[in-house]
Design a protein around this ligand. Structure first.
Ligand code: ATP
Length: 295
């Protein structure tokens, strides 16, 4: 036949029921594909099954697919298959055990994540960003979009997910991009819709907020309205308190880490460290922590 035809009939993906998560663009189900347990992101809008997807949801789906198809790295969730025709496009990806958000807030003991685990996750997220950043900016980095496998192993796998807002650098235009990420994780420049030139340094700011959240064990800017967060970070240059007031264990905030967070939140994106620098610094920090722990 012609070279355009697929060699084999496309394999079916079977949803096995369990909903792994819900997002603004639909649901992520557990499923089975080619005999393997997988995660299936199903894009949907409203409850009418045959209703066409709004333009914004379709754009996000195609964008996510384009980016996942380019990626091949242990710190980025793997794309296995996709079907974007029909009213309910799906993206099939490798199944992960939990998101960082679930890990932080569904703990039965309510305890904080141990320091070595925090530093490991922080370093792995930085390595994922280091891989993406020459060409891709994630734009929605937050604990719900960081996935984790084998949490009981000494070095769990950490993978970045949800590329619905991501952009490929060579297509980034210095124009308005109305869809924003999630206010507590947004760099100051991301609130400015008039001059929305977002660089990969916006992800570095979000990385810092994720690390703060793991250390503090609570939501950043809890109880503060998005508009007030915007005012604080854009006009008053306010950073999250390091450590937060009343923090029971200041040993969780070593000086070098505080400095790293402070710099990640610099108002000037150009002064924020690159992902590679962060990953290197964390290697050092982990070694220092390990030596202190065994002293
Ligand atoms: P948002 O509203 O944050 O943009 P979304 O609709 O784009 O969400 P995702 O963020 O991709 O959806 O996924 C929502 C949730 O589903 C995640 O926070 C996570 O808990 C779960 N999830 C997503 N992908 C996987 C996966 N591959 N393995 C396991 N769980 C997953």
């Amino acid at each position: 036949g012609s070279t355009c035809e697929p060699a084999e009939a496309p394999a079916a993906v079977v949803l096995t029921g369990r909903v792994l998560g819900k997002g603004s663009y639909g649901r992520v189900h557990e499923g089975v594909y080619l005999g393997q347990r997988v995660a299936v992101k199903q894009f949907a809008h409203g409850t009418v099954a045959e209703a066409p997807l709004p333009e914004s949801v379709m754009r996000s789906c195609v964008q996510e697919l384009e980016i996942l198809a380019r990626c091949d790295h242990p710190n980025v969730v793997r794309l296995l298959a996709a079907c974007v025709t029909g009213p309910r496009p799906v993206i099939v990806m490798e199944l992960c055990d939990v998101s960082l958000a679930q890990l932080l807030y569904n703990r039965s003991d309510g305890a904080l994540l141990p320091m070595p685990l925090v530093l490991h996750i922080a370093a792995e997220v930085a390595k994922g960003l280091e891989y993406l950043h020459p060409t891709i900016v994630h734009r929605d980095l937050k604990p719900a979009n960081v996935l984790i496998n084998n949490i009981t192993s000494p070095l769990p796998e950490v993978k970045l997910a949800d590329f619905g807002l991501s952009r490929i650098w060579d297509t980034v235009q210095p124009t308005k991009t109305p869809e924003a990420g999630t206010p507590p994780y947004l760099a100051p420049e991301c609130f400015d819709a008039r001059n929305h030139v977002v660089t990969n340094k916006a992800d570095i700011y979000s990385w810092g907020v994720c690390v703060w959240e793991m250390l503090a064990g609570s939501k950043p800017w809890a109880g503060v309205a998005p508009i007030a967060i915007a005012t604080q970070v854009t006009l008053k240059n306010t950073r999250l308190p390091v450590p937060p007031s009343g923090d029971a264990d200041p040993t969780r905030w070593p000086k070098r880490l505080r400095l790293l967070l402070w710099n990640a939140w610099d108002k000037d994106p150009g002064r924020r460290p690159a992902a590679a620098e962060i990953a290197k610094e964390l290697l050092l920090l982990r070694e220092m922590e390990r030596q202190q722990g065994s002293a």
